[in-house]
Each structure stands twice: as C-alpha cells, then as structure tokens.
Design a protein around this ligand. Sequence first.
Ligand SMILES: Nc1ncnc2c1ncn2[C@@H]1O[C@H](COP(=O)(O)OP(=O)(O)OP(=O)(O)O)[C@@H](O)[C@H]1O
Ligand SMILES: [Mg+2]
Length: 285
Amino acid sequence: MIPTPTYKGKVRDVYDLGNSLLLVATDRISAFDVVFEEPVPDKGKILTRISTAWFHHFPEIANHLITDNVSLFPPPFQNNQSLEGRSVLVKKAKRIDFECVVRGYLTGSAWKEYKADGTIAHVPYPKGILESHKFETPIFTPARKNDSGHDENVSESTMEAEVGKELFLELKNLSLNLYNKAHALMAKQGILLCDTKFEFGLIDGKPILIDEILTPDSSRYWDGTTYELGKTPASFDKQILRNWLESTDWDKNPPPPALPESLILELRKKYLELEDKITLCLSQK
Ligand SMILES: Nc1ncnc2c1ncn2[C@@H]1O[C@H](COP(=O)(O)OP(=O)(O)OP(=O)(O)O)[C@@H](O)[C@H]1O
Ligand SMILES: [Mg+2]
C-alpha cells in the first residue's frame, strides 16, 4: 500500500519526501484547468516516457531527475507495481512560480489576446496577423502560476521585476534554446512544435528544469502536413479534446461533460503516435 499523496495536482500525484519528490503521472486528463472523470489509458506512462527522453536528450541543462527506476525508489514506494513506468523521483526545488512559455506560432490564449486587444503577452502587434502565424523568431510569453484558479499571462517586464533581471534572462534564454532545438528536431518528422512551457526551480540558488518537459500536456505538437495560415492544424495533443469541448455548450466550469469513448481512444492513439515520432527524432542524433 502506498500512502495518500501529499498533493494531488490535476494530473499528477505528488509525494513530498523531504529533499525529493515522487511525481506520479496518472491517466487523468485536464483541459481548461478542469479534470475529467474518464482516464485515458496509459497516458501517464506515455507522458513519463516522453518527458524523461527529452530530459536525457539535453544533458547540458541541469534538471531535477534522480531516477525513474522503481527498484531505486525509497520504501514504501520501492518496486510498487502501480508506480512502474509512470513515476519519477526528483530533486525537490524551490519552484519559480512562472511558466516559461515559448511560442513559435500564434494560437491558443495568445491568439485570443491578439484578437481582443491587438497585443501578445501585453506587447502591441501590427493588425492583420492570422491564426497560426509563424513568428519570425519564437517569443517568450510567461504566465504566473497561481495557487488557485487559472495561470495568468504576464508581460516579460512583470516576470523580470518579480524574479530579477539576471534570473529572468537566464530562464528566457534557456527556454528559447530548448524550444528551438526541439522544434528543429521534430520538424524533421513533419511535426511542428507550436508552443511549449517549461518550469524551473532553484537548488542552492541555481535554476534547474523541473516538472515535465515537451510532453503533449505541456506543448502543442502540430501535424505539419495540415498546416495552413488562418486555421488550427491537426495536432497530437490535448487540442483534440479542447476542440471537442469547444463544439459542446459546456461553459468550462465544473462539472465537466462525460467524454465519449471514441474521443478517449483517439487521444490515446495520438499520444502513442507522437511518442513514436519523438523516439525516432531523438534516435537520429
Ligand atoms: N522538482 C520539483 N520541485 C518542486 N516542485 C515541482 C518539481 N517538479 C514539479 N513540481 C511541481 O509539482 C506539481 C506537479 O503536479 P501537477 O503538474 O500535476 O499539478 P497541476 O495541477 O498542474 O498544478 P500546477 O498548476 O501547479 O502545475 C506542480 O505544482 C509542479 O510545479
Ligand atoms: Mg502542472
């Protein structure tokens, strides 16, 4: 028997073990910050494999991973079958409460902001830009992590004022570099990494990558063959779920609607397909 989690996130169960955390990726799925009743079978395992593979691909950037091997977990978690393949033991960091979002293309909340106010991350942009527009260079659009409720898109200067100039620039550069490298790799398989978010934490005052990276929960992966300016391309991530939800009359407040079996199977299939493509890209160094 494993104990009750210290913290139940939307999709992960977190056990606080003092200097380390055990992050367990469940099969829960969330959208618009609401968790659905129906799990997507194996999702937690697929996302854990994807995130771990990307962490290993960037050994030059310090990250929180200790091990994903259940036989090396401390008791009472050691060798627990229900944790196998979906859990990582990580260094506990002092979390920096900003999501470091990088966008290569205009969509999602940035597109909504642009349509409403003509700005992106509070910066004015020229009129007439279409949805899915590819930015000349990817942009950094941080979001403040709020304990309750939704994350809040803020300007670069707001984040800079809160974390300090030096740390801000370091996180921004790390995020943009990671995005650029991952984008270039995935493009070889016809996948466009539209946007993604990273989280960082401090250990001994130094920033390290935490949480999960470059998963279809933290990123939009587009099918490049369906890319068309002014439209939302087909994707290998939660957008399938978001699109379905937008087609219902659900007001995005709990309780969420029941998800049809066919949608769950479609999501599972897309996650697996994406994992295959990422594995292929990462093996072709
Ligand atoms: N190495 C780490 N040190 C400290 N906190 C971490 C570390 N890795 C991940 N976290 C935090 O652990 C939690 C993981 O849970 P999960 O992402 O499922 O929660 P969530 O509901 O999405 O909440 P949040 O909006 O805070 O991300 C997150 O709050 C994340 O920021
Ligand atoms: Mg999270």
